[in-house]
Design a protein around this ligand. Sequence first.
Ligand SMILES: [Zn+2]
Length: 153
Amino acid sequence: MAKMKKKQQNEKLYCPYCGGLAVLRPAEYVYGERNLNPDNYLYVCSGYPSCDSYIGVHKKSMRPMGTLANGDLRHKRIEAHRALNKVVQAGIMTKHGAYIWLQNRLCLREKDMHIGMFSEYRCEETIRECNTLMEQYAKTNRSSSCEKKIMAA
Ligand SMILES: [Zn+2]
């Protein structure tokens, strides 16, 4: 607890589910033995564990990575991250490019383009956009390899 930065302690964050005040706590408060990094902190709803809602904290600034999320929303945000990573891994875009593309697709302002702040709806839109892009990409790749075969014949 010695490492806690007092400066950021004033920031008030409320739980969107129960309205409770979120409290900055070491990650092991939630993860227990599964906690991998003792330096990690979370903003946890004061109603936890009956209200299962929390958000990770940026290490250096100790600021929340987004809004508090319950189990369903945490899962959706992980899926949205995964969908976007797939686009990057497929080599369609750079990570930076993918974020700009998604921001435009979802008509978001730059400051709102954080998956940690996304609602379930926005996560679903992200997954849908990424999947559509991946399908288009797969199609163009298929046709171009067909063309190559024809050219070679
Ligand atoms: Zn709560």
